[in-house]
Design a protein around this ligand. Structure first.
Ligand SMILES: Cc1ncc(COP(=O)(O)O)c(C=O)c1O
Length: 381
């Protein structure tokens, strides 16, 4: 067996040591229910409050505008259905970028099917960028909500969120921003982005799987679509998994300390990967942008090599990569993101390589050698 290479950090990242240690500390003797009145409960509640404070301060919101959920997908659902339910009747026009994660597109499509909103898709350019000027032209007096992610999960494109927010603010519409792929690699706060609702997910930055976070600008109305209960300010009922929230907070603190260094390390590794792929495979096409892309995410395609074939071939050589997002990978579907950026003919061929803090230059050299060998084999008549 060869050295295993993990290049699927955008799907999920390994748990950080800081997160594991924090979880173990909370998950032993401290097993109380944060809603209980006795000392076990108070200890759990205090730990949960500290974790909430860490996230709130990092994301630039008040502590009671920070909600823990079961994952990033649920945080998107809560943000979108929660905001829509609270929108005035005359403000039910919603705009969304066509390259959002399914956990954003699907709740909006459901709301549109139920007749709760009038949904329209924005156009994107060949890099997947939403032009704030085009958005300005698409906003109407009835537009109540706009949803644009910070970084794309398949091609890594970073959106000009601050400029988009200036437009939505002028039109009195809310801006929801899914920053799940961007956190830890670029600045993510509600004030810096100018959005009203911000979503992240802990497992993308070394926290445990199963913790999502929704941050809300002060006074943005949300009506829960979930079982309300008394937890999370009545937005999400159910006993809180405080140990996982504490572990997620520990991962966030460690991640933000490394952010600047990590972003430049990942940018260098991405450039090395692109250069080496160009040297070894002269018909490679890159779908991630070197100018607008998230550091550490490279998306490419090769003629006559289907993405799912290459994923399987590389898996057999101990390499983890992905064909688009994790959901698209499993289903071997054409990438909706590539279709939206005008690369329909390559939509079944795309490959996403995503890196993280443990990725090295040697890993890149090894990866390219194994990709090259796999491609040669796949192309044999
Ligand atoms: C951009 C984006 N949004 C949301 C999610 C959903 O996060 P989770 O896996 O925590 O549900 C993902 C996960 O891949 C993502 O990439």
């Amino acid at each position: 067996m060869s050295r295993r290479l993990y290049f699927d950090w955008a799907a999920t990242a390994p748990l950080r040591d800081e997160a594991r240690a924090a979880w173990l500390e909370c998950a032993g003797a401290e097993f109380g229910n944060a809603g209980s009145a006795h000392q076990w409960g108070r200890t759990a509640k205090a730990a949960l409050t500290r974790a909430r404070r860490t996230f709130a301060s990092a994301l630039g919101v008040e502590r009671d505008d920070l909600f823990f959920t079961g994952n990033g997908s649920e945080a998107n659902l809560l943000a979108l259905h929660g905001a829509i339910a609270a929108l005035p009747r005359e403000r039910r026009h919603v705009l969304v970028s066509p390259i959002e994660h399914p956990s954003v597109l699907e709740p909006l499509e459901t709301a549109a099917r139920r007749g709760e909103i009038e949904l329209e898709h924005l156009s994107v350019d060949r890099f997947g960028r939403v032009d704030p000027e085009i958005l300005r032209g698409r906003c109407r007096p009835t537009t109540g909500l706009v949803s644009v992610q910070l970084a794309n999960h398949e091609i890594g494109t970073l959106q000009p969120i601050a400029a988009i927010a200036a437009t939505t603010r002028t039109h009195g519409a809310l801006l929801h921003c899914d920053a799940t792929q961007a956190i830890g690699k670029t600045l993510v706060t509600v004030p810096a982005l100018g959005c009203d609702l911000l979503v992240i997910s802990a497992h993308k930055f070394g926290g445990p799987r199963g913790v999502g976070v929704l941050a809300r600008r002060r006074n943005v109305a949300l009506t829960t679509p979930l079982s309300p209960g008394r937890q999370e300010q009545g937005l999400r009922g159910g006993t809180e998994d405080f140990a996982s929230c504490v572990a997620a907070a520990a991962a966030l603190t460690a991640t933000l300390t490394e952010q600047v260094a990590l972003a430049s390390q990942l940018a260098e590794l991405s450039a090395l990967l692109c250069a080496r792929l160009r040297e070894r495979l002269d018909d490679v096409t890159f779908h991630s942008s070197e100018t607008y892309g998230l550091p550490g995410l490279v998306n490419f395609s090769l003629p006559e090599v289907r993405g799912d074939w290459l994923v399987t071939a590389l898996d057999q050589c101990d390499v983890a990569i992905s064909h688009g997002s994790a959901c698209a990978s499993l289903a071997s579907l054409p990438s909706p993101v590539l279709v939206a950026i005008g690369a329909r003919e390559r939509a079944l061929h795309s490959i996403r390589v995503s890196m993280g803090r443990a990725t090295t230059r040697d890993d890149i050299e090894d990866l390219v050698a194994r990709v090259h060998a796999a491609v040669v084999k796949l192309r044999l008549p």
